[in-house]
Each structure stands twice: as C-alpha cells, then as structure tokens.
Design a protein. Structure first.
Length: 243
C-alpha cells in the first residue's frame, strides 16, 4: 500500500507539471530574475522580487534506499519590494511532518548589480515531537558573467527551543552555468556542521523555464543528511509557477 501511494503521488506531481507546462503561453522564456536558484535549499522568492509577486511550487524528493517519498507544496508572496513570506507543508509519504513559515529580505545590490544579497529566517513546528525550531541565514548571489553565477547561504539552525535542542551550522554553496536564457546547469552542496559531525548533500541539477512563469528543476545525488550519516541516493525535482 505505501508503494502504491508513492506511485500515485509521483503520477499526480508529473500530471500537475505537464498541465502547467502545456497552458503556459508567455512569449518570452527566461529564469526568474535572470538568475538560477538552488533547488534543495529553496529561496522564498528571488532576491529583489517586486511587491505583489506570487509563486507556488512543489518539491519532490525520493530515496530508493529508504523507500521514502518527501514532497512539499509551498506558496510564496512578496508583500513589499525585496521582502517575501512563504508557507511550506513538508510531507513524508502521506504524513504531514512539519509546518514551516519563512521570511526573506533583500539587503541590496553591489558591484554594479553583479551581486545581490539578503537574509532568510525559517520557523518550523515538528508535528510528531510537538517541538519548534528555527534557521537564520545570510544569502549572497553573485554573477561572474552572463553565463556563470553562484549562490551562497550561511547561517545556523536551532533544532528545538528546549533542553534537547542544539545549534547546527548551515551552508549552501551552488555554482551555475546558464547555457541559454531559459536553461541552466548547476551543482549544489548542502552542509550541516556540529561539534561532533559534518553531514552533506551533493546535488547536480538542471533548471529549465517553459515560459517566464513556469520552471522545472531536476537532479539528484548522494546525501548524508541523516542521523546515521548513511549515504543514500536521492532523486529530486521542483516545479515552480509564478504569477
């Protein structure tokens, strides 16, 4: 039965993907804000997003070794220029595991617009443990040229606001090559650092814009972002639609 549910979830995800792609009819195709974004550690909205911009996206993460499907519907809204809020509902197989609310702000541009930076704060409630945690990160997006860019996120996580909670250092480092205006290649390294361990996830990925409104990201790779530090291989995708 769990396998049937995961199969149906995969079918539903790709049905939504192809449906949105088929109705997108914008005349210009391009990535949001002209910059590729990390797939695994998602931005709330592109840095510098204008007031009123809205985005819905679906994150899909499948581990064959753990026989587990994780998926997260998300909605994001830019309530003022450069500032946005997001609601995310992470699901593991069929169980709603968390509630997540994120805020993001843009600090501005430097180096004649090549660099844009900002911050992100994430609050979460773990349903199974009834605990609250939070992340705080600094975001930095830099364009070396029209083709090459990188995104770096640095910060920390408080796993729980009680005596069992601990601090974890967070790092997301991504490098992208824009093959064309609507297609890019990238590699993303997510790291979690504690006093006792280092855990990572490495995700080569592609990003393709069907139109200026709809984007698909797809990739996969090894991950040790689990308590056992056991290497598992993940297949990952994110469907994005902007209004």
């Amino acid at each position: 039965m769990p396998g049937d549910i995961r199969f149906l979830s995969l079918k539903a995800f790709f049905f939504v993907w192809f449906s949105i792609a088929s109705i997108a009819h914008a005349t210009e195709t391009g990535l949001p804000n002209g910059r590729p974004e990390p797939m695994v550690f998602d931005l709330v909205d592109p840095l510098g997003a204008k007031k009123g911009e809205t985005e819905i996206n679906m994150f899909l993460d499948y581990s064959n070794s753990a026989d587990q499907l994780k998926w997260s519907p998300e909605i994001e809204y830019s309530f003022m220029d450069g500032h946005a809020i997001e609601l995310e509902l992470p699901v593991e197989n069929t169980n709603l595991s968390q509630y997540k609310v994120s805020l993001q702000g843009t600090l501005g541009e430097l180096f004649q617009g090549r660099m844009i930076h900002g911050w992100q704060a994430i609050g979460r409630r773990k349903n199974d443990e009834e605990e609250y945690g939070a992340d705080l990160l600094y975001l930095n997006d830099y364009k070396f040229s029209d083709k090459w860019s990188m995104m770096n996120m640095l910060g920390f996580r408080r796993t729980a606001f009680n005596e069992n909670g601990e601090f974890i250092g967070l790092s997301n480092n991504s490098l992208f090559y824009m093959y064309s205006k609507g297609f890019s290649l990238g590699i993303e390294l997510n790291s979690e650092i504690t006093e006792r361990s280092y855990r990572y996830r490495l995700t080569p990925q592609i990003q393709y814009a069907f139109s200026k409104n709809s984007v698909i990201q797809f990739g996969g790779g090894p991950s040790q972002l689990n308590e056992e530090k056991r290497t598992e291989w993940l297949v990952t995708s994110r469907l994005i639609y902007d209004f």
